[in-house]
Write a protein that binds this ligand. Structure first.
Ligand SMILES: Cc1cc2nc3c(=O)[nH]c(=O)nc-3n(C[C@H](O)[C@H](O)[C@H](O)COP(=O)(O)OP(=O)(O)OC[C@H]3O[C@@H](n4cnc5c(N)ncnc54)[C@H](O)[C@@H]3O)c2cc1C
Length: 464
């Protein structure tokens, strides 16, 4: 059901102030969109459910930024480069002699995003849930939000839905896709850290067991059933002794974090497969419980089986469950896996990608496109495809853009473009486009001059 702006059947209070752009969700794409829009001089408000910006990259504790490299060049520039430079300046970002500067401390990123948004003149409203868009004809006039002030309507000329779950677009009646051909979503994970780790001892153990490490400051280790991890025998023993469940070995990965010596961050546990819809509040809540139970098991495993972790304790449990995929809008263009394999270039490109299709399936394991053999253009080391502006433009609404993991794409294509640096790039493009749409076209995002947008992105350092 859609709400009319003129039918106040909900007791919301219309806030006096009006903005050029409101960004719903200040996460990976949304925070960057807010910064980029505010830098054009637009009046910008970011509305965020949590108490800090960054979304999955901070509150779900997802680090590092996945590499998105072609021909030895990082394909994402602009604000994503600025975030890295600021993180390094705080001691919260990696300076890696191997050139991999994508590792960062999620807590540090919260501060960096605060600073950049405030410096750009943007505003933020934390602890506020976007409830629904208020529509007039084919346009959104306001967002109904809920916070400690009750139900309120926040008005703007143009809107960005960066909620990851396309909450605004869903409320506006935009057609949606979700999940794979069976409607199953990628696995959710609840990330955590162990602190109090003797990382030198852990490095020596990992090296001796066949997982060589560059240094104690830069650890990376893993185990997935059947993938020839040297840690698999330990997992087998732990399952036999009841320390772990079989499914705890579906995906296990740990690594160190810049600025946090003695701590190891885990890209797991995966949530049990029946709970895979992060847009279902009951599943999301059950996932939180399931994840914490699994963290108890994994902590016991590490303390018992991994030398260096004997005195380890839980440092962080991510405040947000990590959600890889839920709803995806149907936009003016839907990116497909064929576009990725064929390295399709678009006249309205706003981002380049060479990150593989990376499906963390609830049916088991992780599937990577580069594990397929093929002669497709994609497999060249200097290949890339593009993401068109039209993927951010949802069908049926005049003044809304949707960057990030809910952008218009098929299930397989989404699993490739969803990585953080692409979300930054999509967010940067959406922010500038929304600000221009508000200033020049009454919010209508289809009237934005895309070649001028591309030129502006290039001026800000992007590769488009
Ligand atoms: C477990 C896991 C591991 C991953 N590993 C990597 C990795 O190693 N490297 C990498 O680059 N990428 C990785 N990814 C992918 C990447 O992190 C995400 O796809 C990306 O961060 C999503 O960005 P987004 O802006 O679309 O959504 P998010 O960053 O999730 O932002 C959405 C924001 O909207 C807010 N919000 C939601 N609904 C509302 C509402 N109704 N009202 C107000 N606010 C709302 C949320 O609080 C959040 O801040 C991983 C993802 C997961 C889940």
């Amino acid at each position: 059901m859609t709400l009319s702006f003129d039918t106040p059947y909900l007791p919301y209070r219309t806030v006096e102030q009006e903005w050029d752009v409101i960004v719903a969700g200040g996460g990976t794409a949304g925070a960057v969109a807010g910064i980029a829009a505010a830098r054009t001089g637009a009046r910008v408000l970011v509305v965020e459910a949590q108490g800090s910006l960054g979304g999955t990259g901070t509150n779900a504790w997802v680090t590092p930024l996945m590499r998105n490299v072609s021909g030895g060049v990082n394909l994402n520039r602009g604000l994503t480069e600025e975030l890295k430079a600021r993180l390094r300046g705080r001691g919260d970002g990696a300076v890696d002699p191997g050139g991999n500067d994508n590792w960062f401390n999620p807590e540090g990123l919260k501060f960096v995003l605060d600073d950049l948004l405030v410096e750009a003149g943007g505003e933020v409203l934390f602890h506020t849930h976007v409830v629904d868009p208020l529509l007039e004809g084919g346009a959104i006039r306001a967002l109904a939000v809920h916070n400690k002030g009750g139900l309120q309507a926040l008005r703007a000329t143009c809107f960005i839905d960066a909620t990851g779950d396309a909450d605004v677009a869903q409320g506006a009646g935009v057609p949606m896709s979700a999940g794979d051909e069976e409607g199953l979503h990628q696995a959710m994970s609840l990330r955590f850290t162990l602190a109090g780790v003797d990382t030198a001892k852990l490095r020596d153990f990992l090296a001796a067991s066949g997982q060589g490490q560059a240094s104690a400051e830069f650890l990376h280790f893993w185990m997935v059933w059947g993938r020839q991890s040297t840690l698999e025998p330990l997992f087998r023993e732990a399952v036999a002794r009841g320390v772990l469940l079989e499914r705890d070995g579906d995906y296990f990965q740990g690594f160190s974090v810049p600025g946090r010596p003695g701590e190891v961050s885990f890209n797991c546990p995966r949530i049990r497969p029946e709970l895979n819809d992060g847009a279902d509040p009951w599943q999301l809540s059950a996932a939180q419980l399931d994840g914490r139970q699994a963290i108890t098991r994994l902590t016991a495993f590490c303390r018992t089986y991994l030398p260096g972790c004997e005195a380890a304790f839980i440092g962080v449990v991510a405040p947000m469950v990590g959600i890889r995929e839920t709803r995806r809008v149907q936009g003016e263009y839907t990116l497909s896996v064929e576009d990725i394999l064929d390295c399709t270039k678009f006249e309205d490109s706003i981002c380049r990608n060479h990150y593989p299709v990376d499906i963390h399936s609830v049916k088991g394991g992780a599937r990577l496109l580069h594990e397929r053999d093929g002669a497709a253009p994609y497999f060249a080391l200097d290949a890339w495809h593009e993401i068109p502006y039209r993927c951010l433009v949802p069908q049926g609404v005049d003044n809304l853009l949707v960057p990030g993991r809910a952008a218009s794409s098929t299930f397989e294509a989404q699993s490739s473009i969803r990585v953080q640096q692409n979300c930054h790039s999509m967010g940067e493009a959406a922010g500038i486009a929304a600000a221009w749409a508000a200033r020049n076209h009454g919010g209508q995002v289809r009237l934005v001059d895309v070649p001028a947008l591309q030129a502006e992105l290039r001026r800000r350092g992007a590769l488009v």
